[in-house]
Write a protein that binds this ligand. Sequence first.
Ligand code: FMN
Length: 225
Amino acid sequence: MSSPKKALLLVGSPRGRDSSSEALGGYLLNRLKEHGMETGKVYIHPSMLTERGQAEMLQAIDRSDLLILAFPLYVDSLPAPVIAALETIAEHRRTKVRKEQKLVAITNSGFPEASQMDTALAICRRFASETKIGWAGGLAIGGGEALHGRSLAEAGWMARNPRKALDMAATALAEDRPVPKETVDIAAKPLIPRWMYVFVANRWFKNEAKKNGAQDKLYDRPYQA
Ligand SMILES: Cc1cc2nc3c(=O)[nH]c(=O)nc-3n(C[C@H](O)[C@H](O)[C@H](O)COP(=O)(O)O)c2cc1C
């Protein structure tokens, strides 16, 4: 295959434009544009709600050479509408011979360790293999919740490793190479020190519990025998 010409970002977060998935995927898309690629974007959740939305999503996919799937980790897996979208795409590709395409996945999680996303990325890889889409690699950003939908530029110092990794990924993908292992390793570095992330997250959870009058129930075990 010659160098890919069109890249499509599939945003797999229900938060849509305000999501960390959008921030990460959008950054890569902009870098690919600077490398001369045409770019497009589809929001999976609203698309999956109607037949028309699904048809438009499939058309956009058919027109693309490189698919970027950006999604949050949900229960060690992908959000349900993203799984439904992958099943829809697989069915669509079964009915016709499709052109050669590549898939790169970017996922982010609440827990700070990138290894939390191993299973979800394995699912994406398996999807690529079963649908005969070339696997260009998967990037896992642990503790992506800390971005909270801010662009990687707005997130400043905290987003230095994702920015570096996505810059490197863009160079590789624009040259039709898979994302190098070194890039995956840089993306996997914590956004902020683990102790700081846990401290801030715990404070946030306690504040939320207080707001909802549940501060005395945090250690309840209602289903314990
Ligand atoms: C229903 C649900 C399930 C989640 N499951 C996990 C999980 O298994 N592991 C984890 O680390 N984070 C989990 N999270 C946290 C999200 O992955 C995290 O908040 C992420 O940054 C959201 O990204 P987004 O802004 O792109 O949607 C879950 C969040 C929700 C709402």
